[in-house]
Design a protein around this ligand. Structure first.
Ligand SMILES: *Cc1c(COP(=O)(O)O)cnc(C)c1O
Length: 366
């Protein structure tokens, strides 16, 4: 097969001998949870130094053969993305800003010394998977089909250098609400661990960042909190982000602040969308540094009235309480504030097709 980047792209469909029976699927879709159930199909595309991208298929989801010496298993050469397909108000299905995920995927690929995937192939692979598994979209409130594109180094070689073979895969998982409790506001633990250092991989969406966040996250849970907030690695002072969500602070005068993209913060697409929506609504949003001490002082003085986290999985989540690093404070009333709810509603309305899409963020699937 010719190099896919240079020819018209098409996935070869493989037959599915045993798709999930409709009644079993319906049962799952009534309470999908997050990340524990999967649709019937997956996309798979290989890359090698000689052939570039080739062997593009959409077929039954299942185990993949992997040599025990595959580089990903030893040196964690892996990147991923996360985006959702949403049921639209008119009954159709749409993706939200998939090109932004495609571009970020390639940013991550460059940092992890992996081959870039042409953006149109990334987006088309996702569209095809959603078409194949359109019956897997939950109809429950807040439900969506979560899509997980990822790339792994498959070459069997234990030397330390970029691998010469990779596999790009896309799987799909029906999702309900991300936070199990469905809590209106989460409690945050300020971690002594750091997530990302200058010059490291904090700006790349790679599995290794998440592996390093598991101990701090478990520590937060053990202390009765929902999530971790990480401070910067150099001064241990500046607020960066949660393990997988960006942060926004809302002040009494109605202005917003989000930590500036410093190279150690993941460039969230939800963060960027909220920045756009807030400015459009006439709000002043600053991208700047904000210290943990100032956060506490502002919450205690009433200068800070709301804080929220944002990301594809949970969209927008209010932060109610902050603990650790000598801090123990409540934000506002401890529940979701007005602006948090308003921005969440604005974003969700666009994602669900009940508000006009003036930015061209919505990509319908036919
Ligand atoms: C994926 C991710 C986010 C959120 O990004 P979205 O594009 O909004 O989903 C934030 N922080 C980290 C570390 C992430 O991996």
């Amino acid at each position: 097969m010719a190099n896919l980047a240079e020819t018209e792209f098409a996935l070869t469909p493989l037959p599915h001998p045993t798709p999930t029976p409709a009644d079993v699927r319906e049962q799952i879709l009534q309470a999908p949870g997050f990340g524990s159930h999967f649709s019937d199909h997956m996309v798979s595309i290989d890359w090698s130094e000689e052939r570039g991208w080739h062997n593009a298929t959409i077929g039954p989801r299942g185990p993949i053969p992997l040599d025990p010496a595959a580089a990903v298993l030893h040196y964690a050469q892996e990147i991923f993305e996360g985006l959702k397909a949403y049921q639209q108000a008119d009954g159709g299905i749409a993706l939200f800003r998939p090109e932004a995920n495609a571009a970020r995927f390639n940013t991550s690929a460059r940092r992890l010394a992996m081959p870039e995937l042409p953006e149109h192939i990334f987006v088309e692979a996702i569209r095809e998977l959603v078409r194949a598994d359109r019956d897997w979209l939950p109809t429950v409130e807040g439900g969506s089909l979560y899509l997980r594109p990822f790339m792994i180094a498959t070459e069997a070689f234990l030397g330390v250098r970029p691998a010469k073979q990779y596999k790009f895969l896309v799987i799909a998982s029906p999702a309900g609400n991300y936070f199990k409790s469905g809590a209106p506001a989460v409690s945050i633990w300020v971690s002594q661990y750091t997530r990302a250092a200058p010059g490291g991989t904090g700006e790349a969406k790679c599995g290794g960042n998440y592996a390093a966040s598991l101990v701090p996250q478990a520590e937060a849970i053990a202390r009765g909190h929902d999530q971790v907030v990480f401070l910067d690695a150099a001064e241990h002072k500046w607020i960066e982000e949660l393990g997988g969500m960006n942060l926004y602070f809302v002040f009494r005068d109605g202005t917003l602040l989000t930590p500036a993209l410093s190279g150690t913060i993941l460039r969230g697409i939800t963060r960027d969308s909220i920045l756009t929506l807030a400015r459009e609504q006439g709000l002043t949003v600053r991208e700047d540094r904000y210290s943990i001490d100032q956060w506490r002082a502002d919450a205690e003085s009433g200068e800070l009235v709301e804080t929220f986290a944002c990301g594809t999985a949970a969209v927008v989540t209010a932060v109610g309480k902050v603990c650790g690093h000598g801090a123990d404070f409540t934000i506002g009333s401890g529940g979701p504030g007005q602006l948090t709810s308003r921005l969440k509603d604005s974003l969700v309305a666009i994602q669900r097709g009940s508000a006009p899409d003036v930015h061209g963020w919505i990509e319908r699937i036919d």
